[in-house]
Design a protein around this ligand. Structure first.
Ligand code: NAP
Length: 274
């Protein structure tokens, strides 16, 4: 029986065991996928032990994504560009690390707003860990200008330097001037959520009517950011599909079958208490 895992610290809120468990059951595969909490100080040893362990691979989440990047034998192109690993598998005894977050993001957009790829100018709100995968995905999709807007300008500048000439960094108060020229905007921050500073919530009314708006935060499914875009009649895509699609390549590597992201799966994950 093939066994896979998701590791993080803490790990109990992860929806990945339910997601992969759904597919294992749906396809009648004799396999398992379990949550394994590993404390940061034990993570390197956990990776060293993997090739001789009972596992064929697994997912890596916060706070281990950068440590996994630094400690695997081989990286895929996305992981190299993003600087973080979220998927591990074994190949000829070697520990391989990939990043499927950018794939998941793009696949979600392709499913619900395939015309997003026609855009030229994008705004990415936020410059944290997840923003790296989003910037990579947006550049891969062919955008010519990617504007990274972040509360802490320095973090946006670091990402703009990392990802090259098509990217520009802006402070938060530079956002309003960019909106009227934008085809696509993605939020990766907690703006508008409980506990955040309400004054930072942007006024999206100057976005072109054709602009596409998405959020990678999916709890709640309609975030305050998406709600304000919906109220303006703009096309929006929620972030749940990114979570579902990013799981596809790992499942295929570990269990040998490419699973489908269906409405049934989406409804099942939505129905789980958070
Ligand atoms: P992170 O590394 O902690 O980065 C957080 C980002 O949000 C930073 O840019 C931070 O700005 C900004 N921020 C935080 N609070 C803010 C506020 N009140 N106002 C404005 N900006 C604020 O987090 P992350 O790993 O990038 O994850 C971000 C979110 O994406 C999380 O909610 C996570 O669950 C979600 N996510 C979803 C998926 C999916 O599959 N849909 C995948 C990955 C992550 P500063 O730099 O100024 O602190």
């Amino acid at each position: 029986m093939k066994k896979a895992f998701v590791t993080g610290w803490p790990i109990k809120h992860s929806k990945s065991p339910m997601l992969h468990g759904f597919w294992l059951k749906q396809y009648g595969i004799k396999g398992s996928y379990e949550a394994k909490g590993v404390e940061p100080e034990n993570f390197e040893q956990f990776l060293k032990d993997l090739p001789t362990s009972e596992f064929v691979g697994g997912n890596v989440t916060i706070p281990h994504k950068e440590a996994a990047f630094a400690n695997v034998d081989q990286l895929d192109e996305a992981a190299k560009a993003i600087g973080a690993v979220n998927t591990l598998w074994l190949e000829d005894g070697k520990l391989c690390g990939g990043n499927t977050d950018a794939y998941g993001f793009s696949a979600n957009m392709d499913q619900f707003a395939p015309e997003w790829r026609e855009g030229k100018k994008a705004i990415v709100l936020g410059a944290g860990g997840a923003a790296r995968a989003i910037i990579y995905a947006v550049l891969e999709a062919g955008f010519k200008e990617v504007h990274i807007v972040n509360r802490t300008l320095e973090r946006a500048e670091n990402l703009a330097t990392l990802f090259g000439a098509n990217c520009k960094a802006h402070p938060w108060d530079g956002l309003q001037d960019l909106l009227s020229q934008t085809d696509f905007i993605v939020n990766t921050t907690s703006i508008g959520m409980a506990g955040s500073d309400a004054s930072m919530m942007p006024d999206l009314s100057t976005l072109p009517k054709s602009a596409i708006v998405t959020d990678i935060v999916y709890t709640p499914l309609e975030t305050p950011f998406l709600k304000s875009a919906n109220a303006l009649g703009l096309k929006t895509v929620d972030g749940l599909g990114m979570l579902l699609h990013q799981a596809v390549p790992g499942f295929e590597k570990w269990f040998g079958l490419r699973p489908e992201v269906t409405d049934e799966l989406r409804d099942y994950i939505l129905g789980l208490s958070s």
